[in-house]
Design a protein around this ligand. Sequence first.
Ligand SMILES: Cc1cc2nc3c(=O)[nH]c(=O)nc-3n(C[C@H](O)[C@H](O)[C@H](O)COP(=O)(O)OP(=O)(O)OC[C@H]3O[C@@H](n4cnc5c(N)ncnc54)[C@H](O)[C@@H]3O)c2cc1C
Length: 486
Amino acid sequence: MARHEENSIAVSGEKPYRILVVGGCYAGLAAATNLLDLCYGRAPRFTPAQSTPTHRLPIEVTIVDERDGFYHVIGSPLALADEDYASKAWVRFKNVPGLQHPAIKFVHGSVSKVDTKSMKASIIPHGKSTPFQHEYDYLVAASGLRRAWPVVPQGLSRIRYLAEAQGHIDAVQGAQHGVVVVGGGAVGIEMAAELKLVEPSQKVILIHSREKLLSSEPLPDDFKDETLALLRSVGVEVITGQRVQKISEPDSNNTITLTLSNDTTLTTGHVINAVSRSIPTTSYLPPETLDPDGHVLISPTLNFLQTLTPNFRHHFAAGDIAAWSGIKRCGAAMHMGHYAAQNIYQHILSTRIEGYEPEYKMISEHPPMIGLALGSTAISCSPSEGIKQGEEVLKYMFGDDLGFSICWNYMRLGEKPQMEEVDLAVIEGVSDLHLEEHGTRERSSSSTSPDMSPRTPVDTTVDPFAKQEVQYKLSPVTVKIEPVAG
Ligand SMILES: Cc1cc2nc3c(=O)[nH]c(=O)nc-3n(C[C@H](O)[C@H](O)[C@H](O)COP(=O)(O)OP(=O)(O)OC[C@H]3O[C@@H](n4cnc5c(N)ncnc54)[C@H](O)[C@@H]3O)c2cc1C
């Protein structure tokens, strides 16, 4: 055990805590960046009003992502319709200023296995077939859902993605007999509307099998009806209550024929399938940690469930991958990532300081809420605000770039981290220390960690898509953000 003086600890040469973040999108980057703030003695960027942490901690955050950059998933409907926007929506990690910090490492690859007992992960580097082992002290599973083409692009590098997006844009622009989008869920609706925005002269038809759009979402019928009317008002033709039974190959005239369940047919030049089901990317996790649909079972502290996971205090899941209430949204993903960071920080302190009572953040239940961008307008529905629609809603919820700048600025990805010289030789404010050599730190937290009782009120003010007005109040962006093309 390290020797220390009163109110300070000598940790010179101490190995950093190894945080493995699986997935570098909204949840994963929110976890990494807020943890960086806390461990370098700053209030977390999502709650700058929070008092400055007194304890600095040595960390090494490894972000693993199958993609080589941050991809703004929400922007997919526009990225697949507009080449300038496509270029903006994917920023290679090496070009994200906010991630250029010695404590953050990036691995372009895929996590293929996690052993929660030994706390080792297998990572397959991009383009390779053999995994390497990576030991960690904390894991944040933030790898979201596996989404099919063309819901999101499948390319794993910016170059491939741009080629993929361009191919799609060309196909849509070249479709002389119009475009049909199959599937009236959120993605299909947004894709149809964005196509109409970018190509106003193109005939766009959306076909949905049920009478109401958004039929699988737990949203009020009024909202579904208003969404239908709004979609029609932006020029999209909508057919509801008809299942597409058959899609022909293009004929010599590049015409595709669709047969509907009422035996009618219609012709088009291009078909976009927006009905595929998204699947949690949890194949790398022990099956017992998952619910029947494959989402990670978590407690309100974002920890894997204690009863199912050894070292549960060292395992977190955030974002779409987690089994939690509400419609999957990026605001919720960032919120969860932030709380995972807070709770990792608290848990580390509890293992270092005798008698320290960690103040774990607890997420609340997420009520169903949604915001849909429909070209130059938008519609939203939430329990607190009801149904709203119009250009102002678009501006408020998505800005002028389908939420790219809102997310980018909120996570402060455009700001270079402060490169202050952090002297980890002296960490103040710690009166007792339980620090062992790296690798022998207390791991099985069940004996040392207190209950998950909420000591801190749940902070619901940091979900930028749930409460934008609060976001702006809490997180004023003072720097000019210039997204960096990779
Ligand atoms: C077309 C579309 C439009 C949307 N519109 C909105 C909207 O308007 N508002 C809203 O709030 N939400 C919207 N959503 C939902 C929102 O995008 C998700 O809730 C959000 O992306 C979840 O973030 P996440 O970080 O949990 O996961 P993701 O964004 O899915 O990120 C997961 C990351 O993990 C990586 N990954 C996956 N598996 C592995 C692995 N094994 N190893 C390493 N890396 C891995 C992926 O490459 C990815 O970068 C939309 C979704 C889609 C598809």
